[in-house]
Design a protein around this ligand. Structure first.
Ligand code: SRM
Ligand code: SF4
Length: 523
């Protein structure tokens, strides 16, 4: 007797009816007829294949998610992105994401064909940046300029993106994965990309005298479960093998990953079902040649850096300067200003980090002093206060329908208030995420705050579950939930206690008006 075919989930059904990429030739027509007339599945799901996100919280004002391979950006591209959001006045804004990427907000569907032409003219694409596709591929933000670099990842990340998206045109071979998919290529010693939370991660490693990459697989976060990546027991040379192996892994996942329950579709579930050896055998078959066993150790042996401040480059006489962009939020004016700084002081290049910050490279020693007097650095500081410095936040309730709490504004207000009230011997990495999907990666933070709803005084109020113990850099490990259901209005005192007990915080002598240990601001 033949087993009944497994029951596909509803996403698989609509993908089988019409592939996500099929909306590409229809875009002009959608723009002409207006979003209200677009078929609902095309509007709310398939458009995400082109990086266009309908926002139920702000209907008619779309979000567009770009791709920034390795977090690389030029002043020319940044200006185009700024011009796009500028036309929407107060609705237009941008966010740097936790995958070294940019999202634009306030976008009108009728303008998108023209916006895409402007993107193409400067080499920008938003292709396959959402839904069951490979997301922005991350790489060391200081690739090619880091004085202690092991492997320059820029070429690999670019080639990977070009293979996966068919040079931004869309690649039908990889647009129908069972679920989203993340790839990171780390080239430094400090794991600047959180390699361990990606479905595939390449980390530098010597095999004998040869430098290449060990490969990790299966890392992911989801509302149901979070896992760090595990070794594939494979090593590749730093050449096209990186692309070939990624293609092989993607094919295995595409053809064998579960399409039944979306909560059990990420690649780790397949790895577990088969066991890592069988998974490796299948990958090797798809790779079409012998997969070398992993090097015994990788080269991730530093604590993670945050890149804020002035750092000498590997090129003598040049520096990269990391600017803190509070919770990654930018206006059009900010973006024009950053582009200007990159042109005037550097070589027109910018980098984005997974901490939602910006790096401006190639600033000569002779220009540093003047650069550091630029007024915009008062807001995008090179010496931010300890908690603002390391703050990361997902989008939250302002634009995301999954959010259980408002994140960005609350995160920033609270970090500033705590910084005013407390003396901290070092930066403490606080990550906010509005719901259990964990886009803000609370599990990699010193203190992670995950939005939830809480009952207080007979009412439902916004609250958080608190995570601690996330370790980044060498021997990275995921944090775990230590306290559930803390109402947000109790966070000033709860965080003061945590910062005092675990991170050496002490009260500042001249703290402003206090409440539960910190200055009161709207949290
Ligand atoms: Fe995410 C869904 C925002 C990084 C796990 N994520 C969403 C959506 C698209 C939901 C939606 O349609 O509203 C959010 C869009 C809100 C908006 O308007 O901005 C959203 N995710 C983000 C961003 C913008 C957070 C940020 O503020 O930086 C990040 C965009 C990255 C990028 O440039 O592509 C973002 N999301 C992540 C990460 C972190 C990472 O990749 O390192 C994760 C956890 C890691 C992972 O995926 O393994 C993450 N996002 C999710 C999930 C849970 C996935 C799962 O397997 O269940 C969802 C929900 C889903 O896919 O069903 C989700
Ligand atoms: Fe939205 Fe939740 Fe992701 Fe935050 S964590 S962006 S609230 S899906």
């Amino acid at each position: 007797m033949v087993d009944a075919a497994p029951k596909l989930n509803k996403f698989e059904k609509f993908k089988a009816e019409k592939d996500g990429l099929a909306v590409k030739p229809e875009l002009k027509q959608f723009a002409e007829m207006g979003w209200e007339a677009v078929d609902e599945t095309d509007l709310t799901h398939r458009l995400k294949w082109l990086g266009i996100f309908f926002r139920p919280v702000t209907p008619g004002k779309f979000m567009v998610r770009l791709r920034m391979p390795n977090g690389l950006l030029s002043s020319q591209k940044l200006r185009v992105l700024a011009e796009v959001i500028q036309q929407y006045g107060d609705d237009g804004s941008a966010d740097i994401t936790t995958r070294q990427n940019i999202q634009l907000r306030g976008i009108r569907l009728e303008d998108i064909p023209n916006i895409f032409e402007r993107f193409e003219a400067v080499g920008l694409t938003s292709m396959q940046s959402g839904m069951d596709n490979v997301r922005n591929i991350t790489g060391s933000p200081v690739a090619g300029i880091d004085a202690n670099e092991v492997i320059d990842t820029r070429g690999f990340v670019r080639k990977l993106q070009d293979m996966i998206t068919n040079n931004g045109e869309g690649n039908i071979a990889f647009t129908n994965l069972p679920r989203k998919f993340n790839i990171a290529v780390e080239g430094g010693r400090d794991n600047s990309v959180h390699a361990e939370i990606n479905d595939i991660a390449f980390v530098p490693a010597y095999r004998g005298d040869l430098l290449g990459f060990n490969v990790l697989v299966g890392g992911f976060f989801s509302a149901r479960r979070c896992e760090a990546a595990i070794p594939l027991d494979a090593w590749v040379e730093p050449n096209d093998d990186v692309v070939d192996l990624s293609r092989a892994i993607l094919e295995v996942y595409r053809d064998h990953g579960s399409r039944v329950n979306r909560q059990k579709s990420r690649m780790m579930w397949l790895i577990e079902e088969w066991g890592i050896e069988q998974f490796r055998e299948n990958v090797q078959a798809a790779y079409g040649r012998l997969l070398l066993r992993a090097a015994s150790e990788d080269l991730i042996d530093w604590d993670k850096r945050d890149h804020i401040g002035v750092h000498p480059q590997q090129q003598p006489g040049l520096n990269f300067v990391g600017l803190n962009i509070p919770v990654g939020r930018l206006s059009a004016v900010d973006m024009f200003e950053l582009a200007r700084l990159a042109d005037v002081y550097g070589e027109g290049e910018l980098r984005l980090t997974v901490e939602q910050n910006v790096i401006i490279p190639h600033i000569p020693d002779s220009r540093l002093e003047v650069f550091l007097t630029e007024p915009v650095l008062e807001r995008f500081s090179v010496q931010p206060s300890p908690l603002v410095r390391s703050l990361v936040s997902c989008t939250g309730a302002q634009f995301c329908k999954f959010a259980l709490v408002e994140t960005k504004q609350r995160a920033l207000a609270l970090a500033k208030a705590l910084d005013q009230a407390l003396e901290l011997p070092q930066a403490v990495r606080i990550h906010w995420t509005g719901c259990p999907n964990s886009c803000g990666q609370p599990q990699v933070a010193d203190i992670g705050l995950m939005g939830t709803k809480v009952r207080k005084d007979g009412k439902t109020v916004e609250g958080v579950d608190i995570y601690m113990g996330g370790k980044v850099g060498k021997s990275a490990q995921l944090g775990t939930c230590v306290q559930k259901g803390v109402p947000c209005d109790e966070l000033p005192s709860v965080l003061t206690t945590l910062l005092t007990d675990h991170f050496g915080a002490s009260p500042r002598s001249m703290a402003p008006e206090m409440h539960g240990g910190v200055a009161v601001t709207a949290v």
